[in-house]
Design a protein around this ligand. Structure first.
Ligand code: B12
Length: 241
């Protein structure tokens, strides 16, 4: 992503002009507007330069910008750009892995710099459904809840439904957040929600869903029988506050 990228032609920091690159995947409609420094962050990821990436994020935090805003406006669009380049064979799998690893490190370091709100008495449990290895976006959502004062349990990638059900039943969170990226993972959500409602009845917590698959198809969240959907960590955090 650089100044010549057509999607940034309408002004750096402005919403990408999706009409120029019509073949962009549907989930781009839900991508938060990139920050001015998101292209430089993407370049740092692709160059494998963790120091530059960290400095960009630290600079934002020093300027008083909220961490979740940095997550969604700097890191998320940069990772989408990494994905596009990977898809188009412009970068290797190794470069994509390196970019992801840098993001995970920077994300964890940034979280340690920020003081969460006092505990609000609410607990959330977050997991990627079985088969979903895209865990970074969910990490941002889990962090958003933690910073809003929730106790946030983040289970990470690829959690099988029976294990998830057991965890929900034994820990009884106030909300369960599930992430799904690819179409073939979508049915796992409905399966889990149904199983959980049968098993826990009135005690079953509400289900919040998100991820690329949910962001690609309008109202898909209703079809999997979830209670609520948010397109990104920032909108989910508003709910948590
Ligand atoms: C890094 C990456 C990987 C890593 C993931 C590592 C990790 N620890 O997360 C690895 C290498 C494992 C991987 C594997 C694959 N990947 Co991949 N991957 C990516 C990449 C480049 C970045 C993902 C990311 O972190 N995005 C940034 C986060 C912040 O964005 P996000 O996930 O959308 O999350 C936000 C919202 O969606 C929302 N959200 C997410 N979850 C939740 C949950 C709740 C409750 C809520 C409220 C909100 C919410 O909030 C988040 C923050 O704002 C994407 C490109 C992209 N566009 O995302 C491709 C991408 C997702 N991958 C893709 C593919 C095809 C694959 C593979 C099939 C490749 C292969 N042949 O093996 C496998 C499938 C693995 C699997 N079974 O899940 C495609 C999917 C295409 C599609 N049709 O959707 C993409 C889009 C690449 C592309 N073509 O551009 N991938």
């Amino acid at each position: 992503m650089n100044a010549h990228d057509p999607r940034f032609a309408q002004g750096v920091g402005g919403r990408p002009d999706l009409s120029i690159e019509a073949d962009l995947p549907a989930f781009y409609r839900r991508m938060p507007t990139p920050d001015l420094e998101s292209p430089a962050f993407a370049e740092a990821l692709l160059a494998g330069n963790q120091c530059v990436a960290r400095n960009i994020v630290n600079g934002k935090l020093d300027a008083g910008i909220d961490l979740i805003e940095v997550d969604v406006a700097v890191m998320q669009p940069a990772l989408y750009e990494v994905g596009q380049r990977w898809q188009n064979n412009r970068i290797s799998v190794a470069q994509e892995h390196l970019a992801t690893a840098i993001c995970q490190t920077v994300l964890a370091g940034a979280l340690l710099r920020v003081e969460p709100a006092p505990f609000c008495g609410q607990r959330a449990l977050f997991a990627c459904v079985e088969g979903n290895f895209h865990a970074l976006g969910l990490r941002m959502v889990a962090d958003a809840f933690e910073l809003a004062g929730w106790e946030s349990a983040y289970l990470g990638a690829d959690v099988p439904n029976p294990a998830l059900l057991e965890q929900i039943a034994s820990t009884r969170p106030d909300v369960v957040g599930l992430s799904v990226s690819l179409p073939q993972q979508v049915l796992k959500i409905r399966e889990l929600i149904r199983m959980c409602r049968i098993e826990l009845g009135a005690q079953c917590p509400p289900f919040m869903v998100g991820g690329l698959a949910m962001n690609s198809v309008d109202d898909l969240w209703r079809r999997v029988e979830a209670d609520v959907w948010y397109p990104d960590a920032r909108s989910a955090q508003r709910e948590a506050l």
